[in-house]
Write a new protein. Structure first.
Length: 101
C-alpha cells in the first residue's frame, strides 16, 4: 500500500507490534496500573530491550539451526517462536511488570 522497502515495512510492523504488545501486556496481562511517567518510561525501555533481545535470539536460533545445521525452517521457526514467547513472558513477569507486593 505504501510502496516501502521490505526492511522498512518489516521494521514498522515490528515497532507497531511491540507497542501493541506493551500496551496489552501492561494493561491486560499483568494489570500494571502504574501511571507515573518514570515508571512507564522504565517499563517501556525494559520491554523494548527484552523484545530486541528475543528478536536477536530468534535470529541466532534460525541461523544456527537452518543455515548451519540445514534443519527444516518451518519446524525451527515454530520451535523458536515457542522459546521466544516463553522468554518474553518471563522477562515481562519477572523484570518489567513485577508487582510491588
Amino acid at each position: 500500500i505504501f510502496d516501502l522497502e521490505i526492511f522498512i515495512s518489516n521494521l514498522i510492523a515490528w515497532l507497531l507490534s511491540v507497542i501493541f504488545a506493551f500496551i496489552t501486556n501492561k494493561l491486560i496481562v499483568f494489570k500494571s496500573k502504574e501511571l507515573d511517567i518514570k515508571v512507564i518510561a522504565k517499563e517501556i525501555t525494559s520491554f523494548f530491550a527484552a523484545r530486541i533481545f528475543s528478536l536477536l535470539l530468534d535470529m541466532v536460533i534460525l541461523y544456527i539451526a537452518v543455515d548451519l545445521m540445514q534443519m527444516n525452517d518451518l519446524i525451527i521457526k515454530l520451535i523458536s517462536n515457542i522459546i521466544v514467547i516463553i522468554i518474553n513472558y518471563l522477562f515481562s513477569k519477572i523484570f518489567i511488570f513485577k508487582s510491588k507486593k
